[in-house]
Design a protein around this ligand. Structure first.
Ligand SMILES: [Zn+2]
Length: 148
C-alpha cells in the first residue's frame, strides 16, 4: 500500500505511526454521543493512542488555541463584511462567536487530539510498514502485545 503524507494523515485522522488506522470511530457530526469515540488502539498497528493516563487533557490547550483562532477570524470576517464595531452590535458579535464555537466543537475535539498525537508528542513518529504483517517486528519488537 502506498504511504500517505503526514498532511493527509492529519486531515483524515489517521494513526501517527502507521498512517493507516483510524484514530476515531464514528462520524464527526453524529447525532449520538458515540459519534466522537477515540479508539483505544490503532486498528492497524495496535498503537495505544492514550499514551498515559490523562494524556488527552493536553488537547484541551490545543482546542482552546483553535477556538481563539476561530473566534478572532469570525470577528474579523464579520467586521470586513460590514458589521460595524459599535456597542449596538455587541450581541450580534456574541451570537456569531458562540455560533462558530458551537458548530466547530466536533472539529476542535478531533483535530486537537490529532495535532497532539502527530506534532506535540515526542518520540511518536511514522514507522513505514508498521502493522503490515509486521515482517521486521517493528510494531511489537519483543512480541509482548496481546492478541485479541
Ligand atoms: Zn497505527
Amino acid at each position: 500500500m502506498k504511504p500517505i503524507s503526514k498532511f493527509e494523515a492529519v486531515i483524515h485522522c489517521k494513526c501517527p505511526r502507521c498512517r493507516q488506522g483510524d484514530i476515531f470511530s464514528g462520524k464527526m457530526y453524529a447525532l449520538s454521543f458515540k459519534g466522537q469515540t477515540t479508539n483505544e488502539y490503532c486498528p492497524h498497528c495496535n498503537l495505544r493512542f492514550e499514551r498515559e493516563p490523562g494524556y488527552f487533557y493536553v488537547s484541551m490547550f490545543v482546542s482552546y488555541a483553535m477556538s481563539c483562532a476561530e473566534m478572532i477570524s469570525a470577528s474579523v470576517g464579520a467586521y470586513i463584511l460590514g458589521l460595524a464595531l459599535v456597542y449596538d452590535n455587541l450581541w450580534y458579535y456574541v451570537g456569531i462567536l458562540l455560533g462558530i464555537v458551537l458548530v466547530l466543537t466536533p472539529v476542535n475535539y478531533r483535530y486537537s487530539r490529532v495535532i497532539l498525537l502527530h506534532w506535540l508528542t515526542p518520540g511518536l513518529g511514522y514507522v513505514p510498514g508498521s502493522g503490515d504483517s509486521d515482517p521486521q517486528g517493528i510494531a511489537d519488537p519483543h512480541g509482548l502485545a496481546e492478541k485479541v
